[in-house]
Design a protein around this ligand. Structure first.
Ligand SMILES: [Zn+2]
Length: 107
């Protein structure tokens, strides 16, 4: 790709992230007209104490204990016989909740 292939008109870049800062969490959108400014803005977030949230929305980890929480029943899961594996002990109809989780290591 040569310089000529770059768009001549004004471009707008936007970056959306789920972040947490000072006890609050929410969506943050940074828009910029150049990639350089966008990267600079993202780097400034760290200095401002704004950190990206790392928890995946589908599998919450209970704060402090490292125990996964069932996304269906919102209760801490029980460790299963397999080390590092957890299951939900909630009863669903005739059986049990099928939600399972693995504890993340090396984070
Ligand atoms: Zn469950």
């Amino acid at each position: 790709m040569t310089e000529d292939a770059l768009p001549a008109g004004e471009m707008k870049y936007s970056f959306k992230a789920h972040v947490q800062a000072h006890g609050f969490a929410g969506d943050l959108i940074i828009s910029s007209t150049t990639i350089n400014d966008l990267v600079k803005s993202i780097k400034l977030l760290e200095r401002a104490g704004i950190a990206p949230t790392t928890a995946s929305p589908s599998q919450k980890i209970e704060q402090g204990t490292g125990t996964p929480v069932c996304p269906v029943h919102q209760r801490p899961m029980k460790p299963s016989r397999k080390p590092g594996s957890f299951y939900c002990s909630a009863q669903v109809g005739e059986g049990y909740c099928q939600e399972k989780a693995r504890q993340e290591h090396g984070m």
